[in-house]
Ligand binder design. Structure first.
Ligand SMILES: [Zn+2]
Length: 372
C-alpha cells in the first residue's frame, strides 16, 4: 500500500509542521476476523499549517484501501433523527433532480422521495446497503465521479462527506461545476473543532483528516463560488448549510484557523488516560471497554494498555465475535455483563455515551460501574 503524503496545507497550500505522532495506528476503524498480522498500521501524524494554522493529518490512506470494508453498522436513534431533520432542511431549499454523495443506507433519499418537489435522487456510494422506496431513488455503487452525472442536477446534497475529502476545495469545486448558476449545494457537516473541544475521540483520524469548523466550511464554500443562503445548527457538533452557486461571491483570503482545540484535546486525553489507569481497580475478567470503533482505538493509541481489558463491548451484532482491528481484543455484546458483580466499563463514546449507559443499567446489569 502506498501512503499518500500530505506535504502542504490542503486549504492554503503552505507547509505543515508535525504536532503529534501516534505510531502504528490501525487504518480501519472497525472489526475484522482476519489474522492480526494482516492488520495495516500507519503512523497517524497530526500537523499544523504554518500559515492558516489548520490542523490536519499528514499520512493519508488510499481511498480504496480505507473504505474497503464498510464500518457502517446499524443506524442509531441519533442518526435517524439527524436524517429526518436534514431532509426537512433540504426540502426547504431543493427541488427537481438531486444528486446525493454518500448515503449508503438510502435513509435520506427515501425521506426525500416522499416529497412532490423532488423528481429524482441519484445516490453515489461504494457500498449501498438500503433499498429504494420508489423508482425516484437511483443508486450508483461507486465513488462519486462527476463524469458519470448525465443530467444537470438542481441540487447536490451530502451528509458527513466533506470531512472525508482529502482535497475538499478541488473536490467541492468539481461538484460545483455540475451545477448551473443558482444551483444548490446542501451539506450536513460535523464541526470537528467543537468535537475536539468536547474531547470526542472520533473527531480526527484517517477518515476525518482536517479540523473542520463552521468558519472553515464557509471559507471553503466561498472560495469555490457558493453563497451561503441558510444555516441550521442541528446540534453543537453538526451544522446544516444551504449554499447557492454564485460566481460573484467574494473569496475569503487571510483565513486563520484556531489550533487550540486540538492542543487542548491532546492534553485532555493524556490526562484522561492517566485517570482511567488509576480508576481501574478490578481484575481483567471484570473490566471492559465499550465501542469496537475509533473511540477505543484512540484510547489505546494514547497508551491505554489493552491488557487491562477482557473484551470490547459493542451493541452491533455484526461486530460481535470479531476482533477490534489493530488490537488483540475480541468484541462481545454488552449482554455478557449480565450476572457479573459490579463489572467496570470504560465508556467514552462521545455523543452516544448517555444512550449506551442507560441501556446497560436499565436492561442488562444495574450494578455496572462506568469510567466516563
Ligand atoms: Zn493552511
Amino acid at each position: 500500500m502506498k501512503i499518500i503524503e500530505r506535504n502542504q496545507c490542503f486549504y492554503c497550500k503552505s507547509p505543515i509542521k508535525n504536532l503529534l505522532v501516534m505510531e502504528e495506528f490501525p487504518i480501519f476503524m472497525g472489526v475484522t476476523s482476519q489474522d492480526k498480522k494482516e492488520d495495516v498500521l500507519v503512523d497517524m501524524i497530526f500537523a499544523k499549517c504554518v500559515r492558516c494554522h489548520c490542523v490536519q493529518v499528514r499520512n493519508l490512506i488510499p481511498l480504496e484501501v480505507l473504505y474497503k470494508d464498510s464500518h457502517n453498522g446499524s443506524v442509531g436513534k441519533i442518526w435517524l433523527e439527524h436524517h429526518r431533520h436534514f431532509s426537512e432542511f433540504i426540502l426547504k431549499h431543493a427541488s427537481g433532480n438531486v444528486v446525493e454523495l454518500g448515503g449508503a443506507h438510502l435513509i435520506l433519499a427515501n425521506h426525500l422521495e416522499k416529497s412532490e418537489k423532488i423528481k429524482t435522487i441519484t445516490v453515489y456510494d461504494t457500498n449501498i446497503t438500503g433499498a429504494p422506496d420508489s423508482e425516484k431513488v437511483m443508486t450508483k455503487e461507486c465513488f462519486f465521479d462527476h463524469t458519470t452525472v448525465i443530467d444537470t442536477p438542481d441540487a447536490i446534497i451530502h451528509s458527513h462527506v466533506i470531512e472525508h475529502l482529502y482535497d475538499p476545495i478541488s473536490e467541492i469545486k468539481s461538484m460545483a461545476n455540475l451545477l448551473t448558476e443558482g444551483g444548490k449545494m446542501i451539506i450536513s457537516a460535523p464541526l470537528i473543532n467543537n468535537m475536539l473541544n468536547d474531547g470526542f475521540t472520533n473527531a480526527m483520524n484517517f477518515e476525518h483528516t482536517y479540523c473542520l469548523s463552521k468558519a472553515l466550511l464557509y471559507a471553503i464554500l466561498a472560495n469555490v463560488g457558493f453563497e451561503i443562503i441558510d444555516e441550521c445548527q442541528f446540534n453543537k457538533h453538526c451544522v446544516f448549510v444551504s449554499a447557492q452557486k454564485n460566481n460573484k461571491v467574494q473569496k475569503v483570503t487571510n483565513f486563520i484557523n484556531d489550533p487550540e482545540c486540538f492542543l487542548n484535546f491532546v492534553k485532555q486525553n493524556k490526562e484522561q488516560i492517566r485517570q482511567i489507569k488509576d480508576q481501574i481497580n478490578t481484575n481483567k475478567e471484570n473490566t471492559f471497554i465499550f465501542g469496537a470503533h475509533i473511540f477505543t482505538q484512540f484510547l489505546l493509541g494514547f497508551d491505554l494498555p489493552e491488557t487491562l481489558f477482557s473484551k470490547v463491548l459493542d451493541n452491533d451484532p455484526a461486530k460481535q465475535n470479531n476482533r477490534l482491528y489493530g488490537t488483540s481484543l475480541g468484541v462481545a455484546s454488552p449482554v455478557i455483563l449480565k450476572g457479573l458483580e459490579s463489572p467496570l466499563v470504560v465508556l467514552k463514546a462521545a455523543m452516544y455515551t448517555e444512550e449506551i449507559k442507560r441501556d446497560i443499567l436499565e436492561n442488562i446489569n444495574p450494578s455496572t460501574r462506568f469510567i466516563l
